[in-house]
Design a binder for this molecule. Structure first.
Ligand code: SF4
Length: 59
């Protein structure tokens, strides 16, 4: 299982970090990064809400 961010697509809107603060965090460069891969369900919700479809979740 994995959670990955396409940093080329991410626009740093912060939606994923609001939905799953334990899974995503905005880096200094203003892109989301994965800090914890344990909550796939939350990551899937965030993936659905990402405006640019930059979050990929594989079970
Ligand atoms: S919701 Fe998508 S675009 Fe917004 S910060 Fe997260 S990965 Fe980036």
């Amino acid at each position: 299982m994995s959670i990955n961010i396409n940093k080329d697509k991410c626009i740093g809107c912060g939606r994923c970090t609001e939905i799953c603060p334990n899974t995503f965090k905005l880096s200094n460069e203003g892109k989301s990064e994965v800090i914890n891969k344990n909550d796939l369900n939350c990551a899937m919700k965030a993936s659905d809400q990402c405006p640019v479809e930059a979050i990929m979740v594989n079970e």
